[in-house]
Write a protein that binds this ligand. Structure first.
Ligand code: 5RP
Length: 243
């Protein structure tokens, strides 16, 4: 197994220790989440009882093979714990996600989760978000409009392709990968993207992760976000929603 894969597996096994009997789980998508789902499958085989929401068709298929009981995202009010991967995370534990195209359900489960735990290999850690382009999921008939709105705002939109065809998400939407360079104000960019008609979801996950568990060589390093009460109260007064 390559070094990066080993780091992913280390982080995933550590995160799986947070799973408790009876929990409702959010199952992420990608090569790192894969290892966590395998481990949860082993726990289920050993007698654990959990219910899970899958964030993509790929994850659903894996979970079903492992005998993990699945429910639809719309059939749960809240989720106890979500374990998911990331494309980048910064020192505030803000993320760029959606490299695998599953950002819509990934963001929904993140918002619905009491605990959002991110697992990553050491290449995902950055000082500033933005070397990885921000995936923006859009309704198909708005793709050129949204791209022009991104280009007009100092970014550069790249329509994601799958060979000669537009890449399609599980929900049959398109993705524009938006390059804003390294970002000083990801909140402003996220708000701007969310305001464009046709945007279904953007891949900036701000103030959502509680913890990032990283495999660094043979070590596991855990970063925890301190939720600043004052800031939370202030945001509630402003009626401002991040992310
Ligand atoms: C999928 C995601 C993934 O979590 C992200 O792309 C990381 O993937 P990997 O674990 O394969 O590096 O956001 O939409």
């Amino acid at each position: 197994m390559g070094d990066t894969n080993k780091e992913k597996q280390l982080a995933a096994l550590e995160a799986a220790k947070l799973v408790e009997d009876g929990m409702v789980l959010g199952l992420g998508t990608g090569s790192t989440a894969y290892f966590a789902i395998e481990e949860i499958g082993t726990m289920v085989r050993n007698g654990f009882s959990v219910t899970a929401v899958a964030t993509s068709a790929r994850t659903e298929e894996q979970a079903l093979k492992l005998g993990i009981e699945l429910v639809s995202i719309d059939d749960v009010d809240s989720i106890d714990l979500t374990i998911d991967g990331t494309d980048e995370f910064d020192p505030h534990l803000n993320l760029i996600k959606g490299g695998g195209g599953a950002l819509l359900k990934e963001k929904m489960v993140a918002r619905m989760s009491d605990r959002q735990v991110i697992i990553a290999d050491s290449t995902k850690k950055v000082e500033k978000l933005g070397a990885f382009r921000i995936p923006v999921e859009v309704l198909p008939f708005t793709v050129n409009y949204v791209k022009s709105m991104i280009d007009d705002s100092g970014g550069k939109g790249h329509i994601r392709m799958d060979g000669d065809e537009f890449y399609l998400t599980d929900e049959q939407n398109y993705i524009i990968d938006a390059d804003y360079g390294l970002m000083d104000d990801p909140y402003g960019i996220s708000d701007y993207l969310n305001d464009i008609e046709g945007v279904v979801c953007n891949g900036l996950f701000l103030d959502l992760a509680e913890m990032v568990i990283v495999g660094e060589g043979d070590r596991i390093v855990t970063y925890t976000r301190e939720i600043e009460e004052e800031q939370v109260e202030q945001d509630a007064e402003d009626g401002r929603l991040h992310g």
